[in-house]
Design a protein around this ligand. Structure first.
Ligand SMILES: NC(=O)c1ccc[n+]([C@@H]2O[C@H](COP(=O)([O-])OP(=O)(O)OC[C@H]3O[C@@H](n4cnc5c(N)ncnc54)[C@H](O)[C@@H]3O)[C@@H](O)[C@H]2O)c1
Length: 341
């Protein structure tokens, strides 16, 4: 990898996936007097204990706040590494180098970083913009299909909330395409996130629209975790999008049919690649448990479930209260036909 900026990184935190891969040249950091910390990706990395290890690693090697550090990996490595960078000696310059599709269009952009705490996801962290974001699209070619779907669903969300052209282009695919077939769509989706974050870095308003479909997705993930079932994030997000489109159709959309058509496209993507996960999630569904997780979502205020809805494709509204009755109606409209199969 070539570093053209004025202060190229000296320190590296890199996903172990790239160890011994030709694409990563460890000698480069060593020739600059720096070093590489190899880490295993995954939620277990997002802990204060692991953060302390990285801080010690930097301090033992004499790193200083005027050095730059590059973080290379998917969302978990970036969340963790960019947090380390943000707090080491009150902050060193960090390069965000996403290597998963989800990170390329979402987690690697926007400056939110941090770790989980006492079972609560992303509970400790900062919002600190990286000095640079670099994505090498070729890196995405080795992603397994479920990881591709994780990113694809976030891209769909970006189209639905803010870029109707992106959505239109994506909606032409019958199933999640390979990363090599979607380079221009990845650029567009990353731009949506960039633009929203540049207008509302601290999530005072518009940035909340990025939570479209996510209140239900997180509730389904919590429920699956409680039942010790595996539910990939992208599938939970896909189901969240289907649900939120049905809710938008009845609650606020100018043309409900357009919302329902969008929902059925996402439903088809889920069927072509993840049907068994969806079927299991529908079988496990419990309205009381799911609603109670939704009420605990950290984006809420004053005991109301505050949701993001669409008035039209590309036009999101946020802080819209959702009632329990609306939740049940939207769920039935989105999924009852499937669970009856
Ligand atoms: N900070 C934010 O704004 C933000 C936004 C969305 C999600 N997130 C966070 O992102 C995390 C999920 O990110 P993720 O899905 O990238 O997870 P991840 O970092 O666990 O990566 C998923 C898997 O892909 C592997 N991998 C990485 N690059 C690869 C490549 N090029 N080829 C093959 N395999 C590769 C990893 O080793 C890992 O096994 C969650 O913790 C979530 O909270 C953060």
């Amino acid at each position: 990898m070539a570093w053209s900026a004025k202060s190229p990184p000296k320190w590296f935190i890199v996903d172990n996936f790239f160890r011994d891969k030709e694409a990563y040249d460890e000698a480069w950091s060593q020739s600059r007097g720096g070093d590489t910390l190899w880490v295993d990706a995954g939620e277990q990395l997002k802990s204060l204990g692991a953060v302390e290890q990285a801080l010690s690693w930097l301090s033992e090697r004499g790193a200083t706040r005027s050095d730059s550090i590059a973080i290379i990996g998917g969302g978990t490595v970036l969340d963790y590494g960019l947090f380390v960078a943000a707090i080491f000696q009150r902050g060193m310059k960090a390069w965000s180098i996403p290597t998963t599709l989800l990170a390329a269009v979402d987690a690697g952009i926007g400056g939110k970083n941090g770790v989980n705490f006492q079972g609560l996801k992303n509970y400790i962290g900062t919002i600190t913009q990286p000095a640079a974001i670099l994505t090498d699209l070729q890196t995405l070619n080795t992603l397994p299909p479920l990881e591709v779907m994780n990113g694809w669903m976030e891209m769909a969300k970006h189209g639905l909330i803010a870029d109707s052209d992106l959505w239109l282009d994506m909606s032409k695919f019958a199933s999640t395409p390979a990363p090599s077939a979607m380079h221009n769509l990845i650029d567009k989706a990353a731009q949506v996130k960039n633009q929203i974050v540049s207008r509302d870095g601290n999530e005072m308003g518009e940035r909340k629209s990025l939570n479209f479909g996510h209140t239900l997705a997180h509730a389904l993930e919590s429920r699956a975790a409680a039942l010790k079932r595996e539910l990939p994030h992208g599938i939970a997000v896909g189901m969240g999008l289907v649900f939120s489109l049905h809710w938008s159709a009845s609650r606020m959309a100018t043309d409900g049919q357009i919302m329902l058509r969008a929902a059925s496209i996402i439903r088809q993507w889920l069927n072509n690649g993840a049907e068994s996960f969806v079927a299991q999630t529908l079988m496990d569904f419990d309205a009381d448990a799911t609603w109670s997780y939704m009420q605990k979502d950290k984006k809420n205020a004053q005991n109301a479930v505050l949701e993001v809805g669409l008035k039209a494709i590309g036009e999101a509204h946020w802080n819209i209260p959702m009632t329990r009755e609306e939740f049940e109606t939207a769920w039935s409209s989105a999924f009852d036909r499937d669970s009856a199969r």
